[in-house]
Design a protein around this ligand. Structure first.
Ligand code: GAP
Length: 600
């Protein structure tokens, strides 16, 4: 997008009340980048984008996907377990003269780009980045000062929970952890059957070093995520047929490596989900399924398939939990290719870690192909011997022996003494029974595939794709009707009675039916139609003199400006068909035999 166009878009989004930078009245006093408010139109648009996600990812699969909502603040142990305390870091570098801090990898990329050198820093170590800074003599872009060593900065926002300073908590950097932590409860509710998924939509926080680019890099943003749990021995996805014909553009890991070697941009190939699986581009069917569904989703938001592709992440570029990962990239005229969603194969990493840290079992069960015979050692207290050694403490010791674990039982059976609390237990103090049992089921930690969408980036690319300038400077926001914030406008042709009363009545009727409606009787009809186009309102209803005679109104199609004439009593159903069933207003008019009216 040319600078001018992108500036018009940003100005438009702010003045029309989609979004604006937060804390505006204090901006000159504090450094608070990376936060955006959503205004009335932005809230509606975001809500519709979220609802569309539910319609694509959850509702059709509601028999296995369960949406939950968990807290934004979580105790420290969650992030010790998840690995975020250790790994969720970015590289930072500081100007030794003016004290400004930069995200080191971004600074190197940008400064070298200015010199015509294109370099990828993803996956480089802090020493590698430092070497680049020294080699290329990169200095502070603001004051020209010398730069410090590169170090790691943890992006978690820290807080304390309650009045105790040692009770540390963090704002979640992904909604995912709430789902892993709640796994046993939701899994029980779902009948402990796999495959099964948990979905969550909500706010997250990342203390980004230098957030820029409006909605693209924020410190507080929203995500829509699914953790899909499956048995690694049975990784089949039963829904592949739903996406059989979807074309997915993919840049494979091999292509990424080749492109780096040859110093060129990677080239995506077009594949169907079946090919992606057969060519082993992904390690399981779920990854291919979610790739295709993500393409469908963005396409329904108005982003063409050739403006999207999946980019494989090399091992050194992946998040600490991922065994395989792809970024879903979307073309933005303003920012180039940007990542709007991440698809990761998280294996059993998270559940295993939470199992270890919480001591709670986070497992499913499967039936063994063949039953196996196992030997179990059981240990029972020998009261007489225990009393001889421990006298009046015997009852306490017997209680401890009753809850002995398998490992200690085996040690006693092999003639070793063990320690239980303060007591030494010798083999004479117990009776040992070795039993053979047939086992038909085994426990295992489910594996996870995770599609993770950043809502704010999706809001931006949706708006950018819909934003059209007609005849040079007239704005037309061509949002798909079900995504548009305002669904319908009601416009009396002129501000006079009874047109105004009829218009208000129609608008109120539509409010009551749950539609977002704009009533407007201010100014010329042409100006009002232009305002509707600017706000992306798919249908404008006009009340005119003929309405008074025959109870009909015109319905104007935003994109073609053509109109159909329909009875007031049919308006709601027509609007619903256009909004919800995505029917074209003019085709629908033809189907219903409605009168066609000239462009307006
Ligand atoms: N649970 C996995 C996860 O969080 P991620 O790739 O770190 O994965 C998922 O984040 C998505 O969140 C990204 O694809 C992007 O759309 C969005 N996102 C990440 N950081 C962001 C930021 N600072 N501002 C806005 N959106 C962001």
């Amino acid at each position: 997008m040319s600078k001018e166009r992108s500036e018009i878009l940003m100005e438009y989004l702010v003045t029309r009340g989609f979004i604006w930078p937060s804390f505006e009245i204090y901006r000159s006093m504090v450094e608070v980048g990376g936060f955006y408010d959503y205004g009335p139109l932005g809230v509606e648009l975001k809500r519709n984008i979220i609802e569309k996600w539910r319609r694509v990812f959850i509702y059709p699969y509601q028999d296995i996907i369960y949406e939950i909502e968990t807290p934004i603040i979580m105790p420290e142990i969650v992030f010790q377990a998840s690995g975020h305390l250790e790994h969720f870091t970015d590289y930072i570098v500081e100007c030794l003269k003016c004290g400004r801090k930069y995200r080191a990898d971004h600074l190197v990329e940008e400064e070298l780009k200015k010199r015509g050198i294109n370099i990828r820093t993803e996956g480089l170590s802090e020493r590698d980045i430092e070497k680049l800074i020294i080699e290329h003599g990169i200095r502070c872009p603001q004051c020209g000062g010398e730069l410090s060593k590169v170090y790691r900065f943890n992006l978690l926002f820290r807080t304390t929970i309650g009045p105790y300073s040692n009770n540390v908590g963090y704002i979640r950097p992904e909604t995912a952890q709430g789902m892993f932590v709640s796994f046993p409860r939701v899994f029980d509710l779902a009948g402990r059957k796999l495959p099964f998924g948990i979905a969550q939509i909500g706010k997250v926080g990342r203390n980004e070093i230098s957030p820029r680019q409006g909605l693209i890099r924020l410190r507080e943003f929203s995500q829509m995520e699914i953790e899909l749990f499956f048995d690694p021995k049975n990784p089949t996805c039963p829904f592949l047929d739903d996406v059989r014909d979807v074309t997915v553009r993919v840049v494979t890991e091999d292509e990424v490596k080749k492109a780096i070697e040859e110093g060129r941009d990677p080239v995506p190939i077009e594949l169907k989900p079946k090919d992606i699986i057969e060519r082993r581009i992904v390690p399981n069917e779920w990854m291919a399924f979610y790739m295709a569904l993500a393409v469908v989703y963005l396409n329904e938001l108005g982003i063409p398939v050739d403006h999207q592709y999946f980019l494989a992440k090399l091992p050194e570029e992946r998040a600490h939990y991922a065994a395989c990962a792809f970024d879903q990239m979307v073309y933005s005229e303003r920012f180039g290719w940007i990542e709007v969603s991440g698809l990761a194969y998280r294996t059993d990493y998270d559940l295993s870690r939470h199992e270890k840290f919480s001591g709670r079992e986070l497992r499913a069960e499967r039936t063994l192909e063949k039953p196996i015979e196992v030997e179990t050692v059981r240990v029972y207290p020998n009261p007489q011997k225990i009393r001889e050694v421990y006298g009046d403490k015997a009852r306490e010791v017997m209680k401890l022996i009753a809850s002995i674990d398998e490992e200690n039982a085996r040690r006693l059976a092999s003639g070793e003494s063990i320690k239980l609390g303060d007591y030494v237990i010798s083999p004479e103090m117990v009776f040992i029974k070795v039993e053979k049992r047939k086992i038909t089921r085994e426990k295992f930690v489910p594996h996870v595939v995770e599609p993770s969408f950043g809502i704010d980036r999706i809001v931006y690319v949706t708006l950018e794709h819909a934003f059209t300038l007609v005849d040079g400077d007239k704005i037309l926001l061509k949002l798909p009707p079900d995504i548009a914030p305002i669904k319908v406008a009601v416009l009396p042709l002129v501000r006079k009675e009874p047109l105004v009363s009829i218009g208000v009545k129609i608008a109120r009727e539509l409010y009551r039916k749950g539609l977002k409606v704009l009533y407007d009787d201010d100014g010329s009809i042409g100006t009002r139609y232009s305002r509707c186009d600017e706000l992306g309102i798919p249908i404008a209803i006009t009340v005119d003199d003929r309405t008074v005679e025959d109870n009909t109104v015109t319905l104007r199609d935003r994109d073609t400006k053509m109109q159909v004439r329909a009875k007031i009593s049919d308006v709601y159903n027509i609007v619903r068909s256009v909004i919800e069933d995505r029917k074209n207003l003019l085709n629908l008019g033809k189907e219903l035999g409605l009168e066609l009216v000239e462009r307006a």
